[in-house]
Ligand binder design. Structure first.
Ligand code: GDP
Length: 591
C-alpha cells in the first residue's frame, strides 16, 4: 500500500531569532485547529495536518487560490530546532528533512549560524523558505493576533511598510552576496529562481498562516511525489538521539522516513566502532493528549510504525549508537545490511594519507557539518571520525605535523577530551581545540595556526642574512686597521654585527665586529642610519677600502635564493632594492 506521506520540515537559524517560539506557535495552531482523531503521535516530531492549516488560514487559502490544490497530508515538524538536529537528519546524498524554514530576525538580518545553516541547506539540496521573524518589532507596525501577513500589510502606515521593505531589502542583498536570490514571497514571480521570504511574528502569530501556505507550495513544487510516497518495505530511518532510560537500557529515538518498522525486526545502525545489529524489542510513541491520564504515563507501546514517523526503539545492542547514523530494518541477510550501513558511514568519515588536521565530533551529522565547514575554510583534513579524541588521533596528528606544524592539531567538536589523551597530546606538542560552537572552534584553530606560521616564518627569516649597502663617510676614519673603525651611512637595507662586507667587485673586506650608535653598541643599523662600524679582517683603510666607498653585505648564495624566490615580500622596500643591486653586481664577479 503506497501513499503520500507528509514532508518532514526542519527549522534552523541563528540563536535567539525565534525558532523555538515559532515552532510552539505552529504546534499550538495544529492542536487548536485539529480535527478529532487526526493527530498521530511522534517522538521528536509534531504532525501539523493540512486540515488544521486550512481552518486556521482559511481566508488566505482562498486568497492564494490554494483550496483543493494541496495534496500533502500536512507537515511533520522536527521538534528540535537548530543546526545540530538538522545536521543529524542526514541520509545518503542529502537530508531526511524534505523542506527547511530558515528563520532570521528581520531587524538584524542573516547572522553567523544562519549562514552556517544556509550552507548546510544548500549542501544537502533541501528546498527552503525564509521566515523574517520579529515582524512586530518593525517600528510603527500594528499587529493583530494570527493575522495573515498579506492582510496585515494592507492595513499599515506607509512608513512601517517602508521600514519592513528596507530590512527585507538588506536581507536580500546579504543573501544575494551568498549566491541566493530571494524576495518577499508575495513578489516572487519564479519560485524556482527565488527563495520566498515570509515576514512573521512568533509572538503575535502574524504571518504564520502565510509561512505554512508558502511552505506547502514549496513542498509540492520542489519535493517530488516519488520522494514522499511510502511503501510497505523495510524501514529506513536515521538516529536522532540515544538515551539511557530506566528499566529499558539504551534506547534510540529515530525518524523513519520510508517503509514500516515492526517489533521483532532486526535493525542495523552504527556506533563508534562501526555498524551494529539489534533486535527491536519494543517501539514507543507518545500517547495522544486525550489518552493521557497522568503526566507520568506519557508513552505507549505499538507493534509497528509507518513512515514518516518518529519512534523510540528499545532493543538489545544499541549501546554506543551515534546520532546521525542510518537505521535500516533488515530484509535479507544481516551481513549485507551491515555492509551497506558501513559504506554509508564511511562516506562521512575521512581516512587519508594526506597531511591535515584531525577532526572529531559527537555525531555523524556534526562530523559531516564539520567536514563541510573545514573544506570551505580550506583546512585540509587527514582524519575525521566520531567520538572523543584518542591515542590514535594524537599519533595521526604527530605524523601530519611533519609536513606543516599547523597540521599538528585535533579539533574536537562537542566531545570531551579524556585526561590521558590530553596529557599525551601535551607531551607530544599536539594542540587540541575543543568547543561547542563550530565556527568558534575553527576560528580558534585558524588563529593558532596563524600564530604558529608567523613564528615559524620569523624563525626562518632570522636565519637569513639581510641585504644592505653602506657608504664610508669621508672624514670619519677612527682607526685604519686591526680592526678598522669607520663612520658609515646605511644607504639601503640592513647591517648587523657578524655580517661580512664585500666590495662592488666581489672582493671580501672583512666581518663586522661591532656597530655603535652615539657611543653605544647596537644590534643592527637600517637605511638612513649613520653609525660607526668595526671591521675585522685583512683590511686597511686607504688600501683595500677608501672613504666614500660603497660596501655590500655578503649574502650567501642559498640565502639569496630564498630571498628572491620565497621571502621577497618580507623585505622592506629599500632592502629589496639592496637585494636587486647585490644580485646585479654579483653577476660580474669571478669572471
Ligand atoms: P531561538 O533561540 O531561535 O529558538 O529563539 P527563541 O524562540 O528562544 O526566542 C528568543 C527570544 O526572542 C525570546 O525572548 C522570544 O520571546 C523572542 N522572540 C521570538 N520571536 C519573536 C518575535 O516574533 N517577536 C518578538 N518581539 N520577540 C520574539
Amino acid at each position: 500500500m503506497a501513499g503520500i506521506r507528509s514532508p518532514i520540515a526542519v527549522v534552523v537559524g541563528h540563536v535567539d531569532v525565534g525558532k523555538t517560539l515559532l515552532l510552539d506557535k505552529i504546534r499550538g495552531t495544529a492542536v487548536a485547529y485539529r480535527e478529532p482523531g487526526m493527530i498521530t503521535q511522534h517522538i521528536g516530531m509534531s504532525f501539523v495536518p493540512w486540515g488544521a492549516v486550512e481552518r486556521f488560514a482559511g481566508p488566505l487559502v482562498d486568497r492564494m487560490r490554494l483550496r483543493g490544490r494541496i495534496w500533502i497530508p500536512g507537515f511533520l515538524f522536527i521538534d528540535t530546532p537548530g543546526h545540530a538536529a538538522f545536521s543529524n537528519l542526514r541520509r545518503r546524498g542529502g537530508s531526511v528533512a524534505d523542506v527547511a524554514v530558515l528563520v532570521v530576525d528581520v531587524t538584524s538580518g542573516l547572522e553567523e549560524q544562519g549562514v552556517e545553516s544556509l550552507n548546510l541547506i544548500r549542501a544537502r539540496g533541501v528546498p527552503f523558505v525564509i521566515a523574517a521573524n520579529k515582524l512586530d518589532r518593525i517600528y510603527g507596525w500594528q499587529s493583530e493576533e494570527n493575522r495573515p501577513f498579506l492582510f496585515a500589510v494592507e492595513r499599515q502606515d506607509w512608513h512601517a511598510v517602508a521600514q519592513l521593505d528596507e530590512q527585507i531589502g538588506r536581507l536580500m542583498d546579504q543573501l544575494s552576496r551568498l549566491g541566493v536570490e530571494a524576495d518577499r514571497y508575495d513578489r516572487v514571480r519564479d519560485f524556482a529562481a527565488q527563495v520566498p521570504i515570509v515576514p512573521t511574528s512568533a509572538v503575535t502569530g502574524e504571518g504564520v498562516a502565510d509561512l505554512l501556505l508558502v511552505l506547502a507550495g514549496v513542498s509540492q513544487r520542489f519535493v517530488s511525489r516519488e520522494r514522499l510516497s511510502v511503501g510497505d518495505g523495510p524501514a529506513r530511518g536515521v538516529v536522532m538521539e540515544v538515551k539511557e532510560e530506566r528499566g529499558l537500557g539504551t534506547v534510540v529515538d529515530a525518524i523513519v522516513y520510508d517503509g514500516v518498522l515492526r517489533r521483532g525486526d532486526t535493525v542495523v545502525t552504527a556506533g563508534l566502532q562501526g555498524p551494529v545489529a539489534a533486535k527491536v524489542k519494543a517501539l514507543i510513541v507518545p500517547k495522544a493528549l486525550d489518552e493521557m491520564r497522568d503526566p507520568e504515563d506519557r508513552y505507549k507501546y505499538v507493534d509497528e510504525v509507518r513512515a514518516a514517523a518518529g519512534v523510540r526503539i528499545v532493543g538489545e545492542g544499541l549501546e554506543g549508537v551515534v546520532p546521525g547514523a542510518p537505521v535500516v530494518a533488515v530484509e535479507g541477510s544481516v551481513e549485507e545490511a551491515m555492509k551497506a550501513v558501513g559504506e554509508e558511514i564511511a562516506a562521512v568519515k575521512i581516512e587519508s594519507d594526506r597531511e591535515g588536521i584531525v577532526a572529531k565530533a559527537d555525531t555523524f551529522g556534526a562530523l559531516e557539518s564539520m567536514a563541510l565547514f573545514l573544506r570551505q575554510s580550506n583546512i585540509p583534513v587527514r582524519r575525521a571520525d566520531v567520538g572523543p579524541p584518542s591515542h590514535r588521533d594524537v599519533v595521526e596528528a604527530v605524523l601530519s605535523r611533519r609536513r606543516d606544524p599547523a597540521y599538528g592539531a585535533i579539533l574536537a567538536f562537542n566531545v570531551k577530551v579524556p585526561p590521558e589523551v590530553e596529557r599525551e597530546a601535551q607531551s607530544s606538542g599536539v594542540k587540541i581545540i575543543r568547543g561547542e560552537v563550530l565556527y568558534r572552534v575553527v576560528d580558534e584553530y585558524l588563529r593558532w595556526a596563524g600564530e604558529l606560521r608567523a613564528k615559524a616564518l620569523e624563525a626562518a627569516l632570522s636565519q637569513l642574512v639581510r641585504p644592505g649597502v653602506i657608504q664610508l663617510l669621508p672624514g670619519y676614519v677612527f682607526r685604519r686597521r686591526d680592526p678598522a673603525i669607520v663612520g658609515v651611512r646605511v644607504v639601503k637595507g640592513t647591517v648587523k654585527p657578524g655580517y661580512t662586507l664585500v666590495r662592488q667587485d666581489g672582493r671580501e673586506v672583512g666581518r663586522i665586529q661591532q656597530i655603535q650608535s652615539h657611543g653605544a653598541p647596537v644590534q643592527e643599523a637600517k637605511v638612513g642610519d649613520e653609525v660607526a662600524v668595526s671591521i675585522a679582517g685583512d683590511v686597511m683603510v686607504g688600501r683595500q677600502i677608501k672613504e666614500g666607498d660603497l660596501l655590500y653585505v655578503y649574502v650567501p648564495e642559498d640565502h639569496l635564493k630564498q630571498w628572491l624566490l620565497q621571502y621577497r615580500q618580507h623585505l622592506r622596500g629599500d632592502e629589496r632594492e639592496a637585494l636587486d643591486e647585490y644580485a646585479q653586481i654579483r653577476k660580474n664577479w669571478r669572471k
